[in-house]
Ligand binder design. Structure first.
Ligand code: ASP
Length: 437
């Protein structure tokens, strides 16, 4: 059995954190493939290595002096190396990076060095083989991850190795240039490595003991989610819950490999399991609650709109032409409502509204801004009665006016729209209705 272990930036921020990661890896001989991030923040107000590297690039590309942030990068790594008592020298690597910054600065290459250098340290520290991600993780000419090329190459490279380190966050383009994933992308690398070697588990080590049922900035001390399905996680992440890069689910999902989110600072905690399917019931009738503010609804009314077969399509087209993603489309008999995020809508607002007036000739169009959407997510919902009743009773008891309701046919979630100002209270009311201490 093989496990892939990915450590986030805070888990490798200094030598002390490296030692914790080392202990975790050595505690289980199945933990053979390691994916490190770049060193993250050691304390509040500290700067991540990746951010320092982006700063170096921004200065270098303008021909300005980048020696201050670059020296900070070098100092951070040198400190880790000396405190771990390693004999590794990175001076050649530092010189190479500096040279490139001076002569031909490239953004992705520069940013990727955070993981590259940390990977070199990790491999020396563990005595595991170092595999440069540029040699095994590939992007196509358009910059999209190329699984067809990556999986066989990476799988073959890992085959038979009893310990390997693959730095996270980057790979290479067909022309050999380095390309990174978006920020937080080491999570994706971990998932790709897990899929390539058909790992039993993808362990994602971070600084929290798993996913919480709600945002701790909104709900005081929310309960931890013990297990969640990929689909539920998608719903919650889409509405703002974050513990991992959103795209990290896809490689392992199709291979049926579970993800275990763990806390480097509390390895005794079992964390959260993210799985394809499970017979485990979640402890509560719902798995989690997440939400986002600042949506607006556009309510289009026209008598007998249902007798116009292309009515919906035409309305949707008005948004599509302006590149505005639609969030929800709750409908009534003679009304159609389109929910969009304000940040995407406001700029094109007048264009969209006048287009709707002309294209479908409605009786009225009303716009209401300042709406928050709350997703109440749970795989157990479909086998239980009364979940919706509990949600709406809780909101009624808290005297919160519900502006919109949407339940997908999959019965995995119920979306409730409330005013922005009611958001925090609404989330707490729903949470308290399901989670009893
Ligand atoms: N170091 C990169 C970042 O800060 C990638 C990662 O940590 O996953 O975004």
């Amino acid at each position: 059995m093989k496990k892939v272990v990915k450590f986030g930036g805070s888990s490798l921020a200094d030598a002390g954190q490296f030692r914790k990661a080392g202990d975790i890896i050595r505690a289980d001989e199945a933990r053979v493939y390691v994916v490190p991030s770049a060193p993250g923040k050691r304390f509040d107000g500290d700067t991540k290595i990746t951010d320092l590297l982006y700063e170096c690039y921004e200065l270098a590309v303008k021909g300005e002096d980048f020696s201050v942030p670059f020296q900070s990068v070098k100092d951070r790594y040198s400190e880790i190396i000396s405190e771990l008592g390693l004999s590794l020298s990175l001076s050649e690597a530092f010189d190479g990076i500096e040279d490139k910054l001076r002569n031909a600065p490239e953004k992705d290459y520069t940013a990727s060095r955070g993981e590259y250098l940390n990977g070199l340290i990790m491999s020396e520290f563990l005595g595991y083989e170092f595999i440069d991600a540029a040699d095994v993780i590939f992007f196509d000419a358009h910059g999209n991850f190329d699984g067809d090329k990556t999986y066989p190459a990476l799988g073959a490279r890992l085959e038979g190795l009893s310990g390997a380190v693959v730095p996270g966050f980057y790979g290479s383009m067909p022309d050999g240039k380095i390309k990174t994933f978006s920020r937080g992308g080491s999570d994706i690398t971990g998932s790709i490595v897990a899929r390539a070697c058909r790992a039993a588990v993808y362990e994602n080590w971070t600084d929290v003991s798993g996913l919480l049922m709600s945002d701790p900035h909104v709900v005081n001390n929310p309960a931890r989610i013990e297990s969640i399905t990929y689909k539920e996680l998608r719903e919650l992440s889409y509405m703002g819950a974050s513990v991992m890069h959103e795209d990290a689910i896809f490689p392992v999902k199709s291979a049926g490999i579970p993800i275990n989110i763990r806390n480097t600072n509390r390895p005794e905690d079992s964390g959260t399991w993210i799985v394809g399917n499970t017979a485990r019931r979640s402890k509560y009738a719902i798995t989690g609650i997440a939400g986002r503010k600042n949506f607006c609804s556009i309510i289009i009314a026209k008598d007998l709109m249902h007798s116009e077969p292309d009515f919906y399509r035409k309305v949707v087209q008005c948004f599509e032409e302006n590149d505005i993603p639609l969030e929800h489309l709750p409908s009534g008999i003679d009304t159609m409502t389109v929910i969009v995020h304000e940040s995407k809508f406001i700029e094109h607002e007048q264009g969209v509204l006048s287009r709707i007036m002309k294209f479908v000739e409605p009786e009225s169009v009303e716009v209401e801004a300042g709406i928050a959407l709350i997703a109440v997510v749970g795989r157990s919902m479909k086998s239980q009665t009364g979940t919706a009743a509990r949600i709406f009773q809780a909101l009624a008891d808290a005297r919160i006016n519900v502006r919109m309701i949407d339940q997908g046919a999959s019965e995995l979630n119920i979306i409730v729209g409330v005013l922005n100002d009611d958001f925090e209270q609404a989330v707490n009311a729903i949470y308290n209705a399901f989670v009893k201490d």
